[in-house]
Design a protein around this ligand. Structure first.
Ligand code: SAH
Ligand code: SF4
Ligand code: F3S
Length: 479
């Protein structure tokens, strides 16, 4: 029996325990509930959808209200420091619920792969029932079963790279857009980044598994697919280089051929992917984006720094010029290309002049969106051991300067949308005003508009009538 089938048996066993609890407590005959808090990137969100899938299979129902939960689950991130403060704050709150109601508490995800964190939890928050890591997520049913039946505290963390598992149940957040993880781990070891230490080495999923998952999503009516990986455009690269066997399926043997194969799947209307690495942006990928009509022309191309010396210290493997040349080549080959990026300010040793290079690249490229981060020291990374750390005050000044530039560019760029017709995938009611609908353009801009609820899930044409920094307003164009 493979490991997932074994876990399905544990899911069944937990379900039986829950059925018994329900039968013995007739007045209170309601489903047991779970609440989940997810931090971090889309990969973590996708992992959480799998955890939700397993929990629902075990007979639990989701609640947003921690007060009525029987299980509280955290899926953690550790890419920057603020996530730690958030987790420990939440754990403080949960202590009361543990004491008053005896809820089960489980913490998983990237932060649990850091020993100094799990030591702190065991010492200061001994009421936590399950601690699990990124390579043991699929064993959550077994861990939960043991905790429920043996009343023990359990730690299930592996330091080795996990295998790629197929066939876990999944409960997705949306029924229009779906994320599909195509590879796990990262081999790049950028010197500021903790991800390679907590997610292990790159492992790609088999082409067949991905294609079948996307076909199934199309059948269920999903319109947009986002392919996920920490280094998504090196899909199957390690396998090819190290001659690790994989089975080619529907012509898929690389990231470019994967885009082409998914582009052919009926029903899917949009394909996105995050995050590619500039050093792996080969011509075949650029050509695939250009010729596949469903692949969105917004490319997220993480810059991190615009200065060649800082980039070298960061171990990013490209120079300022190489990045700008890549952007020029992409702009020439992909009509209507838009770009978004990630930038870190205040990396150790970064001077004011070097920071100016980052501003220079931002001015030149004119990104559609910039995700800006203040450098955060991560235990165990080369960046943390560097001596020339930048004082917080300077980091914040640089951050503000970058933010000002980015916001002025966004305002200017938004103006260009006004008066144009945009293809928008309608996602649902607007969060702030249920009378209005919300959707996104190819370039991932939010558009708010008045329209009939039957438009939800459809791709429609909207005329952009005004811009408001973080969203646009549109009007339905009569066909
Ligand atoms: N694999 C992706 C995303 C990694 S994490 C990539 O290579 O782009 C998302 C972003 O967090 C990174 O792009 C980077 O900008 C930021 N980041 C990572 N480590 C950081 C750190 N120590 N301090 C501040 N920002 C960081
Ligand atoms: Fe971190 Fe660099 Fe890997 Fe991205 S590519 S996850 S920034 S080490
Ligand atoms: Fe965070 Fe882990 Fe993603 S550290 S950014 S949740 S891979």
């Amino acid at each position: 029996m493979n490991e997932i089938e074994e876990q399905k048996q544990y899911m069944q066993k937990v379900k039986e325990i829950n059925e018994n609890i329900k039968q013995n407590d007739k007045e209170n005959n309601k489903k047991l509930k779970y609440t989940i808090l997810t931090m971090g990137c889309q990969l973590n969100e996708n992992d959480s959808e799998k955890l939700c899938g397993m929990l629902e299979e075990m007979g639990y129902e989701k609640t947003e209200n921690g007060e009525e939960a029987d299980i509280a689950l955290f899926n953690t991130c550790c890419v920057r420091e603020n996530a730690e403060d958030k987790l420990f704050g939440k754990l403080g709150e949960l202590k009361r619920l543990k004491e008053e109601k005896g809820i089960s508490i489980a913490i998983g995800g990237c932060m649990m792969q850091e020993k100094h964190i799990t030591d702190k939890i065991k010492q200061s928050y001994p009421f936590v029932d399950i601690i699990f890591g990124t390579h043991t997520l699929q064993r959550f049913p077994e861990d939960l079963y043991k905790v429920l039946t043996e009343k023990i505290k359990l730690e299930d963390i592996l330091d080795i790279d996990g295998k790629v598992y197929e066939g876990l149940p999944i409960k997705r957040d949306s029924n229009i857009k779906a994320s599909v993880t195509i590879m796990n781990g990262c081999n790049n070891f950028c010197s500021y980044c903790i991800v390679p230490y907590v997610r292990g080495r790159e492992r790609s999923r088999e082409p067949r598994a991905i294609i079948e998952e996307v076909k199934d999503l199309a059948k269920q009516g999903y319109k947009e697919i986002t392919l996920l990986g920490q280094n998504v455009n090196s899909y199957l690269r390690v396998e090819r280089e190290k001659q690790i066997p994989f089975e080619e399926y529907e012509g898929v043997h690389s990231f470019a051929t994967l885009l082409e194969a998914i582009n052919k799947i009926d029903g899917i209307e949009r394909i996105r992917f995050v995050s590619p690495h500039p050093k792996d942006f080969t011509d075949d990928v650029i050509d695939a984006i250009s010729k596949c009509d469903k692949v969105c022309k917004l490319v997220h191309l993480p810059l991190q720094s615009g200065n060649t010396k800082v980039l070298k210290e960061m171990n990013r493997k490209y120079t300022k010029e190489q990045y700008l040349n890549l952007v020029d080549k992409m702009k020439a080959k992909i009509p209507n290309l838009t770009l978004s990026t990630d930038i870190i300010v205040g990396f150790p040793g970064e001077t004011d002049e070097e920071f100016e290079d980052t501003l220079d690249v931002v001015r030149k490229v004119k990104f559609e969106q910039v995700y800006m981060f203040i450098y955060s020291r991560r235990v165990g990374t080369p960046g943390d051991r560097m001596e020339n750390q930048i004082p917080e005050e300077i980091k914040h000044k640089r951050f503000d300067k970058l933010k000002e530039l980015v916001e002025s560019q966004i305002e200017e760029n938004n103006q260009k949308y006004v008066g144009t017709i945009q293809k928008v995938l309608v996602e649902g009611e607007s969060k702030n005003n249920q009378e209005l609908l919300t959707g996104r353009t190819d370039s991932n801009k939010v558009v708010i508009f008045e329209g009939d609820k039957s438009l939800i899930g459809q791709m429609i044409n909207l005329k952009i009538v005004s811009e408001h920094m973080w969203y646009l307003k549109g009007e339905v164009v009569e066909k």
